[in-house]
Design a binder for this molecule. Structure first.
Ligand SMILES: Cc1cc2nc3c(=O)[nH]c(=O)nc-3n(C[C@H](O)[C@H](O)[C@H](O)COP(=O)(O)O)c2cc1C
Length: 210
C-alpha cells in the first residue's frame, strides 16, 4: 500500500451562501448538532493551536464545554504548555474535523480566562476522579513515571476526601472568535469553503477557493 494513493472523494453535502446562516455561531450550532446526531466519534473534540513567545506553534486536542455569543469554552491546567503559551500570546485557533460528515470548522480569535465562578461551577460538576485528577497531574511537566500520578491521586483523595476544591491552576478559557471558516468536502476537490470575518458592521461572509 502506498500512502500517496490513499484518497477519497467527498460527496455527502454542500454548503452555500443561501443555505448557510448569516451568523457563524448559528452555523456552528447547526453543524455541531448534526455531528452529535450523526454519532461521529467525539464530536466535541477540537484541536487547539497556540503560539509560544519564540513563535513556534503547537497543537493539542481539548473538549468544547460551552459556546455562546461570547465565544468557545474549554477547561484545562493554566500552567500547562498551552496555558503558558496563551499567557504570552492570547491569539489561538481551534479546529473541528467531523470526518464522517466531510466537514471542518476553523475558528480564530483572542483567548481570555473565564470567570472564577464559572470555572468553579464546571469543576464541581465533574466526576470525583476527574476533580482529583486535576490536582494529581502537573500537566505538561516531566514526571518520573506513572507512579507519580497514582501516588498524587491517592494523596489528594486522602487530603480532600469527597470535596476537592478547584485547583487555583485549573479553569476555563474562552476563545472570542474574530474569524470562522466552514469547509464542506465536495467532488473533484472543488470543496465549499465559507469564511466569516468580524467587522465593525457585523460578520462578513465570503467564499474562499478550496
Ligand atoms: C479527545 C481528547 C480530549 C481532550 N480534552 C482535553 C481537555 O478538555 N483539556 C485538557 O487540558 N486536555 C485535554 N486533552 C489532553 C490534551 O490533548 C493534551 O494532552 C493536554 O492538554 C496537554 O497539552 P499541552 O501540554 O499542549 O498543554 C484531551 C485529549 C484528547 C485526545
Amino acid at each position: 500500500m502506498n500512502i500517496a494513493d490513499l484518497r477519497k472523494s467527498y460527496e455527502k453535502a454542500e454548503l452555500n451562501e443561501d443555505a448557510s446562516h448569516p451568523d457563524p455561531l448559528r452555523q456552528f450550532d447547526q453543524w455541531l448538532t448534526e455531528a452529535i446526531a450523526a454519532e461521529v466519534p467525539e464530536p466535541n473534540a477540537m484541536t487547539l493551536a497556540t503560539v509560544a513567545s519564540n513563535l513556534r506553534p503547537s497543537t493539542r486536542v481539548v473538549l468544547i464545554k460551552g459556546y455562546d455569543d461570547r465565544g468557545i469554552v474549554w477547561y484545562t491546567n493554566y500552567d500547562s504548555q498551552k496555558g503558558r503559551e496563551l499567557a504570552g500570546n492570547p491569539f489561538a485557533a481551534l479546529q473541528f474535523h467531523w470526518v464522517e460528515l466531510e466537514r471542518v470548522v476553523r475558528i480564530e480569535g483572542r483567548v481570555e480566562k473565564i470567570s472564577e465562578e464559572d470555572s468553579d461551577a464546571y469543576f464541581h460538576s465533574r466526576p470525583l476522579d476527574s476533580r482529583i485528577g486535576a490536582w494529581a497531574s502537573p500537566q505538561s511537566q516531566v514526571i518520573d513515571g506513572r507512579g507519580v500520578l497514582v501516588a498524587n491521586a491517592a494523596k489528594y483523595a486522602a487530603q480532600f476526601m469527597l470535596k476537592p476544591p478547584r485547583p487555583p491552576h485549573w479553569g476555563g478559557y474562552r476563545l472570542v472568535p474574530d474569524q470562522w471558516q466552514f469547509w464542506q468536502g465536495r467532488k473533484s476537490r472543488l470543496h465549499d469553503r465559507l469564511r466569516y470575518a468580524s467587522t465593525p458592521s457585523g460578520w462578513v461572509r465570503e467564499r474562499l477557493a478550496p
